[in-house]
Design a protein around this ligand. Sequence first.
Ligand SMILES: CC(C)(COP(=O)(O)OP(=O)(O)OC[C@H]1O[C@@H](n2cnc3c(N)ncnc32)[C@H](O)[C@@H]1OP(=O)(O)O)[C@@H](O)C(=O)NCCC(=O)NCCS
Length: 182
Amino acid sequence: MAISLHRLDPVGADRAALVDFMTRNVFPFHVRTQVAVEDVEGAIRKGVYRNEDNDSYWVEHADLGRIGFLRLEDLTDRAPLFDLRLDGPVRGHGLGVEVLRAATDLVFGTMADVNRFEGQTREDNIAMRKTFLRCGWLKEAHYREGWPVDGGEPVASVAYGTLRRDWQSGTTTALVWEDLVV
Ligand SMILES: CC(C)(COP(=O)(O)OP(=O)(O)OC[C@H]1O[C@@H](n2cnc3c(N)ncnc32)[C@H](O)[C@@H]1OP(=O)(O)O)[C@@H](O)C(=O)NCCC(=O)NCCS
């Protein structure tokens, strides 16, 4: 696999590179689309990138070098979520699929008590939603008007998930959406 994940040290060796990555990129589908140096430094101080609930990784590509950032969240819940951010210049080339597969391997391959891995994105983040589907993740919720948009109408937040047993078998366990009809 061309992708590998490397745990980063937000308060030590990786601090400057983390601040640089977060501030020179724009994230059009995040609640905060652009952040300042003080925002990232404040987040580092609060443990947003590494504490008992969170851990962060550089995404490295065998040929391209460092291509992005991955944070695992809610690690004490046994059903972590993630935040994935590719570097601007490498977006739009389908690399997200391999990165999400590597993140799933990391979670299920190293966290024995985790059976679910979850992700959420805005309804209009088509690139991320296609990435979920191509990796065999299942849409589990569509929270209408659940995502606030600065200066605009809220959009829906869409939740996807994958299970350890699906990761092991390479399948997607479907659910019956309308399982109760009145
Ligand atoms: C979201 C992200 C991980 C996706 O990875 P990627 O490799 O850049 O994905 P791509 O842009 O190649 O898009 C995947 C698919 O979505 C399609 N797509 C992307 N934007 C689209 C749009 N606005 N309308 C329709 N299709 C779109 C692409 O054409 C591609 O489909 P195809 O292979 O059938 O042509 C990456 O773009 C990223 O890091 N973005 C910024 C941060 C972010 O939004 N992260 C998600 C939060 S969890």
